[in-house]
Design a binder for this molecule. Sequence first.
Ligand code: NDP
Ligand code: RET
Length: 312
Amino acid sequence: MAHFLTRVLKALCESPLRILLLFFVVLFRSCQYVCVRVLRAERRKSVSGETVLITGASRGIGRCLALEFAKHGADTIVLWGRDEEKLSSVKKEVEDIGTSRCHYYRCDVGDREQVYRTIQKVQEDVGTITILVNNAGVVHGGTLLETKDDKIEETLRVNTLSHFWTTKSVLPSMLARGRGHVVGIASTLGLFALPGVSDYVTSKFSLVGFYESLAAELREQGHRDVGVTCVCPGHTTTDMFKDLTTQPFSLTPQQVAEQTIEAVKTNQRRVILPRVMHLTWILKSWLPGSWMRNVLYVTGAMKDMDNFCAKR
Ligand SMILES: NC(=O)C1=CN([C@@H]2O[C@H](COP(=O)(O)OP(=O)(O)OC[C@H]3O[C@@H](n4cnc5c(N)ncnc54)[C@H](OP(=O)(O)O)[C@@H]3O)[C@@H](O)[C@H]2O)C=CC1
Ligand SMILES: CC1=C(/C=C/C(C)=C/C=C/C(C)=C/C=O)C(C)(C)CCC1
């Protein structure tokens, strides 16, 4: 197949007429992309009246998501986390906006039985969840040989498996009502790898696969009214990677929250933030592996992660 494509490309580039043809194909694809964006924008969903459950909402991106959903008029916001004091303070911030009811629950999402029990309690107290945002996450940092087995297991339980348990719990009622949205906060480290965080990278690559498969499954079953969005942010200035040197393209948690809500409203399947990070996908899939490695060396990203791990 690759050989065939190379021959097609070579043949296309042999004459000016063919280059012109290639130009029109690219132009057509770009117009198609813009039209899809415009159509999606026209069919914008609203989040007002929705009941939103956010995991890892006690701080960082999760806290900003809660405040942003409230600003966009969500009816009820359910916060999950383990730190009760912080959850209660976010609840107050949400209520001060004056648009949404807010509840919080202590739940360790790394514990499957706790997730199932807490979802049941939420459904009894609050009702059906119509938007689920799987955001909770942890990172430890260290080479594979340095990382303790229980830390590796924790990373995969919290960052990946929890998405299975929460999604399995809320999906049946979304399918029954023919309405709903599941959002997963993955990472650009689910698209390319850096050294020193292999368990974290594995958990995020898995999430990208999970949401791609879930979206395909729902589409094949004809459930087009239940949306799936996988968000892949780059470095974000929260506690989680605070020891990583701030990058020229670092995001604020507020930016991630705003873009996530925009993606829900316009039903986008995958969001890569900041947009310049789309280049890493092109680098990885179209060019030899050494190109990506060189970009990481030249930009200092490889060294930055070493420093991050050394501080843990
Ligand atoms: N910061 C970054 O550079 C990036 C982060 N991300 C992802 O975004 C998400 C949010 O990260 P960010 O806000 O930066 O991180 P923070 O460390 O600021 O917040 C993490 C949140 O997850 C919660 N959490 C952690 N472990 C558990 C657990 N076992 N059970 C329940 N809640 C838990 C914490 O709550 P509590 O302590 O109350 O339990 C906290 O609310 C994560 O999935 C992360 O991987 C993606 C790309 C970049
Ligand atoms: C690859 C790459 C960069 C570095 C990216 C980094 C360092 C990302 C870190 C992401 C994190 C910490 C995600 C957490 O989930 C630069 C320097 C922006 C330049 C463009 C290519």
